[in-house]
Structure formats: structure tokens, C-alpha cells
Design a binder for this molecule. Structure first.
Ligand code: URP
Ligand code: ZN
Ligand code: ZN
Ligand code: ZN
Length: 460
């Protein structure tokens, strides 16, 4: 019997803080040894000469098979996690949404049953709470935390969809999460301002995708970011702001961090790549997501914060819709289902930023793997450290790759990333030591993914 199941030799290992030449050995799904030259006593030896060896990414923001915008997001749990594997993501977090009057534990268990059969990578969830059910949900949150679900989401928008959380409920949930060692994630935009602008534009016959942006401009997001951050500071509760896209809100979060508040910021590749100008394009509706892409000033501020380690995570908000569904809003932006594909593009995008010198490789690893694991209590994930899960990506810094929809593993028929070229690309993904992606092909199996039971936070 060999000492190890797998050895990845001669690569450059990347952690959130350093890069070094070495070998990595795997036994029983865990990283068993890291060294300069490990003896090749393994069932399988992989030569990673000239390649980088990275921890698998953790996409902490996806919406798989999500009922939304009059339809359901196009990726199933199987196809979404298959795409994840092929982009070097080894753990995804889903956002199941509490149904009106429904139990969150029933929902979590229902989703877990589907994921057990379908997931191609490991999985966790942040449950979206939409109703307190006369306080019953506050009790259910305790059960959820005991079962390893330690974060909950509040949408400060989507009133008509029945998903919105008002200010009183947000405060109640922030305090309850704090007490339980959990955290609240917020989608921050001001719903009343959105309604005001939307009604005005529709009255004026301004219905193109550009008016999606115009009805949710920078200050509409900033107002809600600032409100949530203000409360987090005064309630002394942790807060995670999802899909940050505007400069003013970002600055409020950075100020709060500097004052010692437990405020975490996520942004997404689409906000780093595109500006609101995409909504002037003929296919602008395909880029409609909430919050919308913003102006150049906001994008520059996001990159500056990434470079100076003031943004904590980059995740995708993966929520694709088919072209025919996006077309519902050809003549009325309010009918466009909100969301875009991205899970397969996250790591290639951030690693390309590193490979082309915009950020460092350790920064890309911190943003996409190590920080998400730490922030969300995934004790066995996110780093190349002995004893952690052997979720590993081999990345070829010389492989050029251009995104086309036929090469993507999503079930969606289009992608906003069409034509985007990357210098460097993942060539292999290992999930707990098992090869699941090999040079363009998914080689794992649905059902291989496991639930990630998370550790509560110390909110004292
Ligand atoms: O447009 C988006 N982001 N759709 C998914 C739901 C959400 O707001 O995160
Ligand atoms: Zn959102
Ligand atoms: Zn989202
Ligand atoms: Zn090169």
C-alpha cells in the first residue's frame, strides 16, 4: 500500500501569503504533507512543473435553480456545480429563499437532499429569510447554526417578489445572528428609490436596459450600504455586504472596518470588468443584474480596494437566465430577470488579474479561497495546509483561453463573458483529492459533493 494517494510534484504552491516551490501529498482526501521534495510514494504522481498549485476556490454567492423573475435560474444544482468544478471552484454557497410562511429548516433540508444527489463540488448555504413567522424563525436560526448553517441573508429589495426585509426585521435578525455566532449578509439597495425612478421612467416611456441602471444608480446602493453598516456598528453585530458595486458604499464599509467593526465586503467579477455602459448595448438586457454595473469611478474604487486588501472576497452572484427569458424585457427593463452567469469564470478572472500583474497570486487566493473560508467558518477549506481538505487546482500560467458559450458548462445559452480572453487557466481541479476537472472536461460525478458543516463565529 502506497504512503499517499496522490502527490503533486514540482509545482509552485500558492497560499494567501506566499508562493514557494514544492510538492503536495494527499491521503484520504486531506492534505497529508507539503515539502520541498517528497518521495514519490503515491498511487498517483502528477508533475506540476511550470504550473501553480492553488487551493480550490470557494464561490460564496450562487443562486442555483432559484425561482426568480417569473422563472427559475437556468443552472440546476448539477450543472452549476459542474461549471464550478471546471472553473476551479471546489465549494459553492447557495442562497435558498424562505417561502412565504415557510420553515427555513424544511427548506435547508429539502435543498440538502437535492444537493446530496446532484452536487459535483462541496456545498453550503446561506438561507435567505423573508418572514419571521411570528418569531418561529428566530428559534429555527438556532437549529440552523447547530447544523452548521451560520449565515443568513436579508434582501433589502425585491418588495414585490415578497423577499424584502424591512429595517425592523433587519435589526432583529442582526441581533439574533450576533447572539448565535452567526452573521447576516445583506443585498443593499434602497427599494423606495428604485420604485420611484422605475415608475417615472415607465411613465415617460423610457424602457430600455439603460433604465435598469438609471433606476438603481450609485447613491441608491450607497444609501442602503450605509444604513446596514451604520446598524452593524451600533448593534455591534457582524455584517457581510454582498455584491458591492458602488464607491460611496464601499468607502462607508472601509471606514467601519478601520474603526474595528466586523464588516466584510464582497464584490463580483462583473463589477470589476464591466461598467454601466453595457446597458447601452443592443444586448444590454443580458447584463441586467442587481445591483447593476456602475460607472468608471466606482469600478476604479473597487479595484483600488482589491489591491489594498480592503475587499474581503470576490464571488459571482451566479444566477443565469436563458436568452428567451432575458428577451421578455426587450421593451420593458422591469421584465428582465435579474442575474448573470459567472461561477466558471471567477477563478480564471482573478488569476488572470494576478498573472497580468494587476494583483498578486496570493491576493487572488485570499479573495477567492482563504478569506471566504475564514469569514464563513469553513474550517477544513480554503488553504494549502496539512490537515485541510485536499481541494486543489493546478493552474497553467501559459495557457491562453477565450470564453465561448460552447466551452462553458452552464445550461444557459449565453454568457456575459463571451469573448473574454484569459492568460493562464486552470487545467485540473481536485475535490478532496479526487480529480474532477481535467483540461476542459468535467471528470467527476454528480453526488461527489458533500455538505460543509460550518463553525459558528465568535461574535463576543
Ligand atoms: O441580479 C441578481 N443579482 N440576481 C440574483 C439575486 C440577487 O439579488 O442576488
Ligand atoms: Zn442580491
Ligand atoms: Zn445574489
Ligand atoms: Zn506568459
Amino acid at each position: 500500500m502506497e504512503k499517499y494517494d496522490l502527490i503533486i510534484q514540482n509545482g509552485t504552491l500558492v497560499t494567501a501569503t506566499e508562493m514557494f516551490h514544492g510538492d503536495l501529498a494527499v491521503k484520504d482526501g486531506k492534505i497529508a504533507a507539503i515539502g520541498q521534495t517528497l518521495a514519490a510514494e503515491a498511487a498517483r504522481v502528477v508533475d506540476a512543473k511550470g504550473k501553480l498549485v492553488l487551493p480550490g476556490a470557494i464561490d460564496v454567492h450562487t443562486h442555483l435553480a432559484m425561482p426568480f423573475g417569473g422563472t427559475v435560474s437556468s443552472d440546476s444544482y448539477e450543472s452549476g456545480t459542474r461549471g464550478a468544478a471546471c472553473g476551479g471552484v471546489t465549494t459553492v454557497f447557495d442562497y435558498p429563499v424562505q417561502r412565504a410562511g415557510g420553515s427555513i429548516m424544511d427548506l435547508i433540508n429539502e435543498k440538502k437532499a437535492v444537493l446530496e444527489k446532484e452536487a459535483c463540488v462541496d456545498y453550503a448555504s446561506h438561507c435567505c429569510i423573508t418572514n419571521l413567522n411570528d418569531g418561529a424563525i428566530l428559534d429555527e436560526m438556532a437549529t440552523a447554526v447547530e447544523e452548521g448553517i451560520t449565515s443568513f441573508k436579508c434582501f433589502l429589495v425585491y418588495k414585490k417578489e415578497g423577499m424584502m426585509v424591512d429595517d425592523g426585521m433587519l435589526a432583529t435578525l442582526m441581533l439574533r445572528a450576533k447572539e448565535l455566532g452567526a452573521m447576516i449578509n445583506v443585498h443593499a439597495e434602497n427599494p423606495d428609490l428604485i420604485d420611484l425612478y422605475t415608475e417615472q421612467f415607465l411613465r415617460e416611456g423610457k424602457t430600455s436596459a439603460w433604465y435598469h441602471y438609471m433606476s438603481r444608480p450609485e447613491f441608491v446602493e450607497a444609501e442602503a450600504d450605509k444604513r446596514a453598516v451604520h446598524w452593524a456598528r451600533h448593534l455591534e453585530a457582524p455584517l457581510y455586504v454582498v455584491h458591492m458595486a458602488d464607491k460611496e458604499g464601499l468607502e462607508a464599509c472601509i471606514d467601519a472596518k478601520r474603526e474595528g467593526a466586523d464588516v466584510f465586503v464582497e464584490t463580483c467579477p462583473q463589477y470589476l470588468e464591466f461598467t454601466c455602459d453595457v446597458y447601452k448595448r443592443e444586448d444590454g438586457r443580458n447584463f441586467v443584474c442587481s445591483p447593476p454595473m456602475k460607472g468608471q469611478e466606482s469600478q476604479d474604487a473597487l479595484w483600488q480596494a482589491i489591491k489594498t486588501n480592503l475587499i474581503d472576497t470576490v464571488a459571482t452572484d451566479h444566477c443565469p437566465f436563458q436568452s428567451t427569458e432575458k428577451d421578455w424585457g426587450k421593451d420593458d427593463f422591469t421584465k428582465i430577470p435579474n442575474g448573470c452567469a459567472g461561477v466558471e469564470n471567477l477563478y480564471p478572472y482573478m488569476l488572470d488579474a494576478a498573472n497580468t500583474g494587476k494583483i498578486t497570486f496570493p491576493q487572488a487566493v485570499a479573495l477567492c479561497a482563504t478569506n471566504p473560508a475564514k469569514i464563513f467558518g469553513c474550517a477544513d477549506k480554503g488553504s494549502l495546509v496539512v490537515g485541510k481538505d485536499a481541494d486543489v487546482v493546478i493552474y497553467d500560467p501559459e495557457k491562453d483561453f477565450t470564453v465561448t458559450i460552447d466551452k462553458m458548462h452552464t445550461l444557459c445559452d449565453h454568457t456575459i463573458w463571451e469573448g473574454k480572453s484569459f492568460h493562464g487557466y486552470p487545467v485540473q481541479t481536485y475535490l478532496r483529492g479526487q480529480l474532477i476537472y481535467d483540461d476542459g472536461d468535467f471528470v467527476g460525478k454528480p453526488g461527489m459533493g458533500r455538505f460543509v458543516k460550518r463553525v459558528p463565529r465568535n461574535n463576543a
